[in-house]
Design a protein around this ligand. Structure first.
Ligand code: SF4
Length: 877
């Protein structure tokens, strides 16, 4: 269907002459309204007569009393869901019915738009027949309610549209092609004397550049830098950033745009101050922190308890009433729960804890969650109940001190989303709490959270939604050969042959190609200057530019951190040494030396500022508790046996009894709390591990056990005037038949290696410290005993062959130590040097390498992620 065309420049005049502009999409209609208002010179401007196709038909239908009121989208989806769930031929959960409801609604809309009767679905396969049944049930339900679906509306309007239309001329813009029902409606209008005109596509050919970037990050940086330069030249330039479906990580794009624009030296400070964030089609409301907290609280309503990781965010949620007064006590309670490994929390026992007396407001919220009645009720009643729960919990008090305007906007959007669910009452009488909650979560996920456009000159929007927009400069990102042309995308539930017979959108590669061509042509109209780019590598796939870009010269770009354009950096020492004073008490044993060696800041923060990361709760027994239990059991065994010969003298049964007693002893002395079932499981595991370990001990050359858990106290550095105490405990000291001392340290957790005892800054100086405390000599040995299921054995170093598998004679691997005795002396010197550093207060953030940060937990304080690890130093090390 083609019509006479009118130039864009004439639109305003035609509208004044009582024409109506009908656009293919609501976004395009909004853009037209914006442009027309902006172009007007009048002081007061009436809303321009511009409608989207859907909105225009809905408006016409509202004036026709013969046409029933259509369901809104939410009501429609609910009804589809009910119908599908009630279909006895389809076995599935409510959740799967919800997923199918969207596909069914979409398929039905296409059938209506292409005027395909539901009877054509007969015999077209299982899915098509199911859809046919659901359509029938939908119509029955709608007839009872005297309602229709929005997709039915154009067909009902068809006989009435000629007389209903009020405008003598209708201008059409943004239509790729007209569907059969659109064609019929337009023909009916023409028959009634309405003049139809299409808005001419511009003929201007924009200036185009094409940049191939090494990866997506490089592409975003490239665009951001160019945008900063354009804004510097003219801060009022309207810039569009169009993203293809290849740009999935829009959050990273937003971050890079904001970071670059806000920190760019190319922008004047006035612009930077005005620009808070890039205006971008928003993330879902459900992702806003305040709304996440609120939904998280609702997930706990009506439950008796929850895992710690679900309750803990509630304790730190500023949205909950009483946060300002109780936040310290709430943090203390959380720390205690972590410390005691309360992995699952029963709300009643939590309320009975002594700490709760300090938290009356939080206790009140917890009690209301416990009292929550999850019995089925109508959506309207749920809306009221949720509203009053959130009100009493403090979330909805928008006037609460400290609420930012952004948070107030989020809360208002949330209220709207919540209230919109009342509409479900029209199609569903009652629903369970879980169904209502999942509906509420979906509503929050579907509500876009638009950021405040402090700097509205930049808009970021998906390629498919950009049609009709006009910018001064446009950036099109991700235009590779997988993005454009788009692949065929047949509609689920409709038979493919039927889709292809009726040319349904994107049902074949040819139709998808045509659709892509239309998008590309539209894109070329959006700005006089267009910068297209793509990433050559994405998710390990090599990509080429879209074939639509054939003939455009490609520029290569590898945009790394734009160091040259960063503000000039000044270097200053922000970690001057903070020497230990004589009055300061420090505690920490071998960990002080270890931490000083790994990273001076880690030692300073841990042992002088007493900072400790919050632990995580784990189900059952923690790894540390497992280690402690095994240590206790091994101590018991060797204090009983005292020698390998005593072990060899025991028969299988006697060993089993000994292990049983050791396990019992460990549980009595290790202060580990666990459920009976967990204890039983852990006891059995310990018995297996210990039996396996004793087999290893049997294989060693003969030995006797001199001491278990031998304690030492060192004063470090040995020669300093100011020293700190280090208390140590060696797990075991054996003597072999030749009188050599074998110092043993049990390791039940992560893998350890004797390789970590080498170098100036040893990553694991614990055993070298023991050798110093025990004053090991030239014939002695030191080793780990790895007591881990599936990874048993010794690993260590010695001056002479000990015959123990895994304990090797030292071979001079350390540059400074040729012999074993040299190494023992070196360890002493290095430990004293590290201790002296600690006394001197050396505290810079300088981890030895990336592994030094593993299990540290101080990242939030040292901010290593922002500083980065000095890779050169790491490589040199
Ligand atoms: S996280 Fe790394 S850099 Fe930070 S204190 Fe720990 S070891 Fe040092």
């Amino acid at each position: 269907m083609t019509f006479a065309a009118v130039n864009r420049s004439e639109i305003a005049f035609r509208l004044k002459e009582k024409a109506l502009l009908v656009c293919a999409s609501p976004r395009l209609a909004a853009e037209w309204k914006r442009c027309l208002v902006a172009a007007s010179t009048a002081n007061v401007v009436a809303t321009p007569p511009v409608e989207s196709w859907q909105a225009w038909l809905a408006k016409l239908a509202r004036e026709q009393t013969a046409i029933p009121v259509p369901l809104n989208q939410l009501q429609e989806l609910q009804l589809w869901e009910q119908v599908i769930h009630a279909d006895t031929k389809i076995a599935g959960s409510r959740a799967s019915a919800r997923g199918l409801a969207r596909h069914a609604a979409e398929a039905y809309k296409l059938l209506c738009e292409y005027r395909i009767g539901a009877e054509t679905l007969s015999g077209a396969g299982e899915e098509a027949e199911a859809l046919q049944r659901w359509i029938r049930s939908m119509h029955n339900a709608l007839a009872q309610k005297e309602r229709i679906l929005a997709a039915d509306l154009p067909e009902l309007l068809l006989p009435l549209i000629g007389s209903a239309a009020e405008h003598g001329e209708i201008l059409l813009d943004g239509f790729d092609r007209f569907t059969p029902i659109q064609q019929s409606l337009l023909q009916a209008l023409q028959k009634n004397g309405v003049s139809l005109v299409s808005v001419a596509r511009g003929s201007s050919s924009p200036s185009l550049t094409l940049t191939a970037c090494v990866d997506a990050i490089s592409e975003y940086r490239h665009a951001a830098r160019k945008i900063a330069a354009i804004l510097q030249a003219d801060p009022h330039t309207r810039i569009g950033v169009v993203t293809s479906r290849q740009v999935k990580d829009t959050e990273t794009l937003r971050r890079i745009l904001d970071e670059t624009l806000l920190s760019s030296t190319q922008l004047s400070s006035a612009i930077r101050t005005a620009m808070q964030a890039t205006a971008m089609a928003g993330a879902p409301l459900a992702t806003a922190p305040l709304i996440r907290q609120l939904l998280n609280m609702l997930q706990l309503a009506g439950r008796n308890g929850a895992p710690h990781k679900e309750l803990s965010p509630l304790l730190f949620s500023p949205g909950i009433r009483g946060y300002a007064e109780e936040r310290t006590a709430r943090a203390v309670l959380d720390a205690k729960l972590r410390e005691n490994n309360r992995h699952y929390l029963n709300f009643r026992s939590l309320l009975a804890m002594d700490e709760m007396t300090e938290l009356p407001q939080f206790a009140g919220v917890l009690q209301s969650l416990l009292d929550w009645e999850p019995n089925a009720r109508s959506a309207g009643e749920w809306v009221k109940s949720v509203h009053s729960l959130l009100q009493s919990a403090g979330f909805l008090q928008v006037e609460a001190a400290g609420r930012s305007s952004g948070e107030i906007r989020q809360l208002n959007l949330f209220r709207e989303s919540l209230s919109s669910l009342i509409a479900v009452d029209a199609v569903r009488e009652q629903m369970a709490w879980s169904s209502f909650l999942s509906l509420l979560v979906s509503a929050c996920n579907e509500t876009p959270l638009s950021l405040t456009a402090h700097y509205p000159q930049i808009s970021v929007l998906p390629l498919e939604q950009s049609t009709g927009h006009r910018f001064d400069v446009l950036f099109a990102l991700g235009l590779d050969d997988e993005a454009l042309p788009m692949p065929a995308r047949p509609t689920p539930l409709l038979p493919l042959a039927l889709q292809q017979r009726h040319n349904l959108p994107a049902s074949t590669a040819a139709l998808a190609f045509a659709e892509s061509g239309f998008l590309w042509q539209q894109l070329l109209q959006e700005a006089p200057s267009i910068h297209v780019s793509f990433a050559e590598m994405r998710e390990e796939r090599e990509l080429r530019p879209s074939p639509f870009l054939a003939g455009i010269k490609t520029t290569e770009c590898n945009e790394t951190v734009p160091a040259a354009e960063m503000p000039k950096r000044e270097r200053f020492d922000d970690a001057p040494a903070v020497p230990l004073s004589a009055e300061e008490q420090v505690q920490g044993g071998s960990a002080i030396v270890r931490n000083q060696s790994l990273c001076p800041f880690r030692a300073f923060a841990t042992h002088r500022l007493n900072l400790a990361p919050l632990g995580e709760t784990v189900p059952g027994v923690t790894p540390a508790e497992k280690g402690s239990l095994l240590h206790q059991a091994l101590q018991f065994i060797w204090e009983e046996l005292r020698s390998q010969s005593a072990l060899l003298a025991l028969d299988e049964k006697a060993v089993e009894i000994l292990i049983g007693k050791a396990v019992e002893h460990a549980w009595q002395h290790a202060h580990v709390t666990a459920s009976k079932a967990t204890q039983q499981f852990e006891r059995r595991r310990m018995q297996r591990v210990l039996a396996e370990w004793l087999d290893i001990e049997r294989e060693r050359p003969p030995f006797s056990v001199e001491r278990c858990e031998k304690a030492y106290r060192l004063e470090l550095p040995e020669s300093g005037t100011l020293r700190f105490p280090v208390r140590l405990k060696a797990d075991r000291i054996d003597h072999d038949a030749e009188g050599r001392k074998i110092l043993i340290d049990y390791k039940t957790g992560q893998k350890q290696s004797a390789g970590k005892w080498i170098g100036d800054r040893m990553p694991e100086p614990q055993l070298p410290l023991y050798t110093m405390a025990e004053e090991l000599g030239e014939n002695d040995a030191v080793c780990f005993a790895r007591v881990r299921s599936g990874d048993m054995g010794y690993e260590g170093l010695s001056g002479e062959a000990t015959g123990i598998q895994g304990v090797s004679i030292y071979k001079g691997n350390d540059e400074e130590a040729e012999e074993w005795t040299d190494l023992l002396a070196c360890w002493k010197k290095r430990i004293n040097a590290l201790a002296a550093e600690f006394i001197d207060g050396r505290c810079e953030v300088m981890p030895q390498d990336a592994r030094a940060c593993d299990y540290c937990g101080l990242e939030a304080v040292c901010r290593i992620d922002e500083i980065g690890i000095d890779r050169d130093e790491e490589n040199e090390a």
